[in-house]
Design a protein around this ligand. Structure first.
Ligand SMILES: *[C@@H]1O[C@H](CO)[C@@H](O)[C@H](O)[C@H]1NC(C)=O
Ligand SMILES: *[C@@H]1O[C@H](CO)[C@@H](O)[C@H](O)[C@H]1NC(C)=O
Length: 176
């Protein structure tokens, strides 16, 4: 994302004719680093504001991009609105501690909790199975169906070897 688009996205671009001070150059790296970290506490809502609508036309490549964005929202950025926008209304849960359905895990994530950095955690989408993975203190596995997260496992899961993981230029991916 270009810097001006970043500014526009966070509402910092002033109307024409108004001068605003740009962040000093030395502040820019912090600005970028914190941009994705900007998060909302949505715990006043009883349920996720937006869920994923299954769409049979979503391609494997589009699913890989979605899986990366889901990992970012869940693990790195702690952005619950975006995270749940990738989860469908079924979310079949294989962890016996939770019922199925996105509502059952909303309370765990609504506050925008971050789990780790991109350097300290890992992400994978295996196109041969339509499964995505996140590795931090545990390994999560999700089945993607029609472009949405549909099913979840997190017990004794194995993170795939690198050659199984979809090669995605994650630097080119922009966030809402
Ligand atoms: C379904 O996905 C396709 C492929 O991404 C997209 O072109 C289309 O607009 C989507 N349909 C809806 C209703 O979102
Ligand atoms: C994975 O999903 C795509 C649609 O996104 C589908 O065409 C393909 O058959 C699926 N593969 C498996 C192994 O389920």
């Amino acid at each position: 994302m270009r810097f001006t688009q970043v500014l526009a996205a966070v509402g910092l671009v002033a109307p024409i004719g108004v001068t605003v001070a740009a962040p000093a150059r030395e502040d820019l790296s912090d600005f970028y680093e914190n941009f994705h970290a900007k998060r909302e506490n949505l715990c006043s809502l009883k349920a996720p504001p937006v869920l994923c609508t299954p769409n049979k036309s979503v391609t494997v490549e589009e699913t890989a991009v979605r899986a990366y964005k889901f990992y970012r929202a869940f693990v790195v950025d702690g952005t619950p609105r975006e995270m749940f926008s990738y989860i469908d209304n079924v979310y079949k849960q294989h962890n016996p501690g939770y019922q199925s359905g996105p509502q059952a895990i909303w309370g765990l994530f609504c506050s925008g909790r971050k789990i780790g950095t991109e350097q300290s955690t890992s992400w994978c989408f295996d196109a041969s199975t339509n499964m995505s993975y996140a590795k931090y203190s545990t390994v999560d596995r999700w089945a993607w169906v029609d472009g949405c997260v549909h099913e979840h496992w997190d017990q004794r899961e194995t993170f795939p070897s690198a050659e199984k993981c979809f090669k995605l230029d994650t630097k080119s991916i922009t966030f809402p």
